[in-house]
Design a protein around this ligand. Sequence first.
Ligand code: C5P
Length: 433
Amino acid sequence: MDNPKRILLIVGGGIAAYKSLELIRLLRRQGIGVRAVMTQSAAEFVTPLSLGVMSEDHVYGDMFDLKEEREIGHIQLSRQADLIVICPATANILAKMAAGIADDLAMTILLATDKPVLAVPAMNVRMWSHRATQRNLTMLRADDVQIMDPDEGEMACGEYGPGRLPEPPAIAERICTMLAHPFNAALTAPRAPAPHPSARADRLAAQPDFAEESPRPLYGKRVLVTAGPTHEAIDPVRYITNRSSGRQGFAIAQAAAEMGAAVTLVAGPVHLVTPPGVIRIDVESAREMAAEVEKALPADIAIMVAAVADYRAADIAPQKIKKKGAPPAPLSLKENPDILAGLAQHSRRPKLLIGFAAETENIIEYAREKLAKKGCDWIIANDVSGPKETNVMGGENNAFHIITAGGTESWPESSKEMIARKLMEKIADAITG
Ligand code: C5P
């Protein structure tokens, strides 16, 4: 699977901030994922809601609660992006960047990142031509920050000259070039007339998209997905785990996001890129996964794909266990919480609760028993027998047997991405039908 390109868009506080909504729309049409961070003053010009709707992701900023720093730190935000774009980049942001000031989330990201940075300035013509701004730009260019020249023309303040934000298609093209991502000009065709840059222009800018594009079947639905294995520590360096790669769960999360759902993906330790628009929470152990699943509620649909370790070490050794010449003490195990069964009993049980069952024999029979035992609505059974090279666990393909109260449906083997899309279509039919 090609990893989709992702940008982190820092929206500064200027009248041109409303154009960031159009920019997000165009980038997403080009297949580029966008996660937005806004400065406090940007919130005077666009709302977090509009940016969130356009990016279909959580919007980050200092004006929100501090627990974000725990859930997804500034380092993580930059790590998950291929490129950081500041649009509009105000004179203030440029000055702070040149001086290395980190006094809010956006500036901290910019100081901490090792990713390429593109600044798209927009400001009053006098501010643009001021020697301080030009000096800052020279310093930033020397620091390898790419600066997109502003357009010349009439400004929101009535003056004329350089300082206008370039049009979003031109910015999108520049971003594609920096990402080495093919740019499709046909996807930037003009739409409704540009909205007036008033303080509420973001609302106007956001609306035509939904009138223009056909509604996606899971728009407005919250989907929770678990994926990957868990690591159950034995001592500080050793753990119990399994061969799950997380690919199937990530593909399902991606398909759900593409169909318009707000997706939270609780992932065990895997080396996979977060699908665009998906909120990912990384965990290690089954107990951490259970706690994050609980926090992610409520959800309309939960798809528990993770291969959660059934057992953990009864006692985790505080230091590395050493060889002592004699046979080691037997490892005693304790049962982990069953996240799926817990959700089935939960007061906020998702409307559609789906579990997976990896089996090596009597696949359908065992899966049907599991459906009853766990109390979920569907069980998707996979045959994980066979050699490691062609095994479903860690492999590229999968075949599903979908077991419900009504019967069993078996789908032929296909790629994990294809089967994920087919599954999400079936889910959308079930939930909206
Ligand atoms: O019991 P078994 O591990 O085969 O069940 C598999 C299903 O239950 C999967 O959907 C898996 O994500 C879920 N599960 C869980 N918590 C556990 C064990 C399994 O949610 N502790």
